[in-house]
Design a protein around this ligand. Structure first.
Ligand code: ATP
Length: 221
């Protein structure tokens, strides 16, 4: 059976989640207190309704507790985001994801039952910072405070060398998860595979190790 999602708050973040879930073929109830937003999403979401999510009765009448996953994407109004999360938790919604505006907001959300907290602006800032600091870093995904996955463009230093030659694992403590070459992706490449300048390497490791590996490739370029 299709998973049932509800997205509360149809700003840029909530709106984009709603559209992506619909593209994935999910059922989405889009909720906003702003009529204009709801009209905009009437033709995008499975159903779009005007409601104030801080109104417990309104959420009950929408049957929100039966949804598999509710995303609270209210940004500026931290009070409304917190109260909405509290109501959803009290209704025992199975999975609640909430967008946090700042660390204080996150601390409160953690205490009141949010299952997952996301910081889209902060995370995007970190990703972009990694991108602009190094020409070799094409994308970046933070896995924990200390570990990440990065997409690195292979420079001339490693052109023609195999993964064994580079000894990425023992020298840098990182692992090459995949290689992208001309739109083709090789997942878990064999150690004998040769790398060429322009290849995009998807690497997992501790941040400090990835940094060492990046600076080696950049310094030698
Ligand atoms: P984004 O950056 O994602 O565009 P934002 O961080 O600026 O959003 P807001 O614009 O404050 O966040 O809120 C997103 C949406 O949430 C708005 O469309 C707003 O109408 C809606 N919203 C705010 N409070 C409530 C509420 N209590 N009930 C329902 N919708 C709400």
């Amino acid at each position: 059976m299709k998973k049932q999602f509800a997205v509360i708050g149809l700003g840029r973040f909530g709106g984009s989640i709603c559209k992506s879930l619909m593209n994935e073929g999910m059922d989405v109830l889009a909720i906003d207190q702003d009529e204009e937003k709801v009209n905009e999403f009437a033709s995008i979401a499975t159903q779009a309704v005007i409601a104030d999510s801080t109104d417990e009765k309104a959420l009950k009448s929408l049957g929100i507790r039966n949804f598999d996953h509710v995303v609270v994407a209210i940004g500026d109004n931290i009070q409304a985001s917190i109260l909405t999360t509290l109501i959803l938790d009290e209704m025992k919604v199975k999975h609640i994801t909430v967008k946090a505006q700042n660390d204080y907001h996150e601390t409160v959300l953690n205490r009141i039952g949010a299952h997952e907290i996301v910081h889209p602006e902060r995370d995007m800032g970190i990703r972009i910072a990694h991108n602009v600091v190094s020409d070799n870093v094409l994308d970046y995904l933070e896995l924990s405070d200390e570990h990440s996955i990065v997409e690195l463009a292979a420079g001339p230093t490693i052109d023609g060398k195999t993964i064994v030659d580079l000894d990425v694992r023992s020298t840098y403590g990182c692992n090459i998860l995949a290689i992208k070459r001309n739109e083709e992706l090789t997942v878990s490449p064999e150690p004998e595979v040769k790398l060429y300048e322009g290849d995009i390497l998807i690497i997992i490791g501790a941040d400090a190790d990835i940094s060492r590996l990046e600076s080696y490739w950049i310094d030698e370029n």
